[in-house]
Design a protein around this ligand. Structure first.
Ligand SMILES: CC(C)(COP(=O)(O)OP(=O)(O)OC[C@H]1O[C@@H](n2cnc3c(N)ncnc32)[C@H](O)[C@@H]1OP(=O)(O)O)[C@@H](O)C(=O)NCCC(=O)NCCS
Length: 169
């Protein structure tokens, strides 16, 4: 982590986005294409990464994307995104995705998916640059960081295992 940059809280960069889905985003079954949901989550996470790091940041990895329920044409889709973890130049951004039909405010809001992206802050030459450390504000933030560390540990362990297997080939 950087000693030179002032720490920022998750609240500093947290955002909510909302959009209404259209027929143009539907798959052959008539629901919203999963890729459209990923794109929305990625865009949301990118805004958070830019805000936390104070400059450009790129998607390095999609650590996990859970599709819990279908998204329908005409749904209001809301994303809630925040930094869960910050390293030297990388950040994990968590995105929660909820829906509700556009024409019925009495309908229950559904949690339709969650995604965890790794973004890397870059400089003008496209090289990784340092990001501010994360200053946690409450027990929820601590839980999110713990879980992000578990995902990171699994990702690194899997990569090490695959690299070792390839080197034996
Ligand atoms: C992301 C990118 C800048 C990393 O460059 P790099 O030379 O591998 O950088 P480094 O080796 O110095 O690693 C920088 C950080 O990225 C992290 N990182 C790199 N590749 C990663 C991956 N696949 N998954 C998760 N983290 C990754 C490293 O762990 C490191 O984190 P840390 O600084 O917090 O410890 C580079 O791979 C890139 O530009 N990728 C394309 C990004 C892009 O275009 N995204 C949009 C897709 S269309």
């Amino acid at each position: 982590m950087s000693a030179s940059l002032a720490a920022r809280t998750p609240t500093y960069s947290r955002i909510e986005l909302a959009t209404v889905t259209s027929r143009a985003q539907a798959n052959l079954l008539g629901n919203i294409h999963g890729g459209e949901v990923v794109k929305l989550a990625d865009s949301s996470a990118g805004v958070v990464a830019q805000r936390h790091s104070g400059g450009p940041a790129v998607t390095a990895a999609l650590d996990e994307m859970a599709f819990l329920r279908p998204v329908r044409v005409g749904d209001i889709v809301r994303t809630y995104s925040q930094v869960n973890w910050a390293g030297r130049s990388s950040m994990e951004i968590g995105v929660r995705i909820e829906t509700q039909p556009w024409d019925d405010p009495t309908t229950e809001v559904l949690h339709v998916g969650s995604a965890y992206f790794v973004f890397v802050a870059i400089d003008a030459a496209g090289a990784a640059r340092e990001v501010p450390p994360l200053r946690l504000e409450n027990a929820e933030d601590e839980r999110r960081m713990r879980e992000a560390e578990i995902r990171r540990a699994h990702r690194l362990a899997r990569k090490a295992e695959i690299d070792a297997a390839r080197s034996r080939d």
